[in-house]
Design a protein around this ligand. Structure first.
Ligand code: FAD
Length: 352
């Protein structure tokens, strides 16, 4: 089966839905293809203890207020409800579950090959987030470890670690939040990070946000992979973090040298026994389906100008790099649609 449309949006998270909202207003024909079987983007998969009061600030999608009063409800549940309501309210044409396998250049159109047929589009907005690409670094001896290894993406609840020693690897917000939760149940915890963590006492206000976005934007304009937000902002010293520091939970050790069957060893020979290694080592952009377009630069990233891919102006990446936040995703959707509308109105409709 092959269908034609003006724009294909890949992904129905915050970035994809924001794009769909602006496309609806633009008058262009479009579809949204989403690999999940239910609304909710990546939020639906996040761990149950991630309550609304623990997220950094969830921004309304354009045109419909979020309106959740109970901040103790699970973010996974509440956001999924909100996204479902959003799709209904604006009658967004979301097809699911449809996984995009490849995007190819077919002359005048981009061919979007999926598990549910092929779409020939005049432009593509990619909004596939990072959740499906958890990043696991490799350390010598990793395969010999006889305990449990898991990634943040697999984490469900701290109670699973009752009475165990848990070693958490990673210097981001998730590492800190999970350490604090797990410490209440584990027999002990160890925190290791590559670089010493930097705690930030300032509120995460608009100014810090703008600074972080500008730094990540600079990287992707230069064709480098986007850096994590924490690497540019530092970790927020919330009251909960301050308390955990006072209790010694956030005493960090440098990266170990190797993994043994029962724990880890540092270069100076110090050992730590562990039952569990939790890799809170982040995620990478889920862009494998764009490989046929050969967009990677020698620096390892995709060179961007705002949301537009410099080497392929019919393709926009939203929720990527500087727009990988709920507020950034909103703005990116609007920018991408404005530019695509301009591009398509100056180009005649062609068929492949
Ligand atoms: P997602 O929500 O990941 O949605 C991507 C969608 O694309 C999914 O539905 C997926 O099924 C679909 N998809 C992926 N690949 C394919 C494919 N090949 N074919 C079809 N569909 C596909 N931001 C904040 O502003 N505040 C926070 O507190 C916050 N907390 C976060 C906590 C964690 C643990 C993480 C990982 C991120 C957090 N973020 C937060 C970032 C924020 O969630 C996202 O940047 C933002 O929601 C934009 O999401 P998105 O639409 O880009 O991606």
């Amino acid at each position: 089966m092959r269908s034609e449309t003006d724009v294909v949006v890949i992904g129905a998270g915050q970035a994809g839905l924001s794009s769909a909202y602006f496309l609806r207003r633009s008058g262009l024909e479009f579809v949204v293809l989403d690999a999940n079987s239910r609304p909710g983007g990546a939020w639906q998969h996040r761990w149950p203890s991630l309550r609304l009061d623990k997220v950094h600030g969830f921004h309304d999608l354009p045109g419909l207020a979020f309106h959740e009063q109970d901040e103790h409800r699970m973010a996974s549940e509440v956001v999924a409800e909100y996204f479902a309501r959003y799709e209904r309210t604006f009658d967004l044409p979301v097809h699911r579950p449809v996984e995009v396998l490849a995007v190819r250049d077919a002359g005048p159109r981009l061919l979007v090959e999926t598990t549910g047929g092929t779409w020939a589009a005049r432009a593509v907005i990619n909004a596939t987030g990072t959740w499906t690409r958890p990043f696991w670094p490799h350390y010598p001896g990793q395969e010999t470890f006889t305990g449990r290894q898991l990634h943040t993406a697999d984490y469900r609840t701290a109670e699973e670690f009752r009475g165990q020693h848990v070693l958490v690897v990673g210097g981001g917000t998730s590492a800190v939040q999970l350490l604090i939760e797990i410490a209440d149940f584990a027999s002990g915890t160890t925190w290791v990070t590559r670089r010493p963590p930097v705690f930030q006492d300032a509120e995460f206000g608009p100014e810090l946000g703008r600074e972080a976005v500008a730094k990540v934007d600079q990287r992707v304009r230069a064709g480098l992979p986007p850096a994590s937000v924490v690497s540019v902002t530092g970790l927020m010293r919330t009251p909960q973090v301050r308390d955990a520091q006072a209790r010694g939970i956030l005493t960090r050790k440098p990266m170990f040298d190797r993994i043994t069957p029962t724990g880890v060893v540092w270069a100076d020979g110090t050992e730590q026994q562990a039952d569990v290694i939790l890799w809170a080592t982040g995620f990478r952009a889920a862009l494998d389906h764009l490989a046929p377009l050969h967009l990677r630069e020698p620096g390892g990233g995709i060179r961007m100008d705002g949301t537009r891919v410099v080497a392929e102006p019919r393709l926009h990446l939203v929720g990527y790099g500087p727009s990988a936040s709920t507020i950034g995703a909103n703005r990116a959707g609007r920018t991408a649609v404005r530019e695509i509308r301009q591009l398509l109105t100056t180009r005649p409709v062609e068929t492949a």
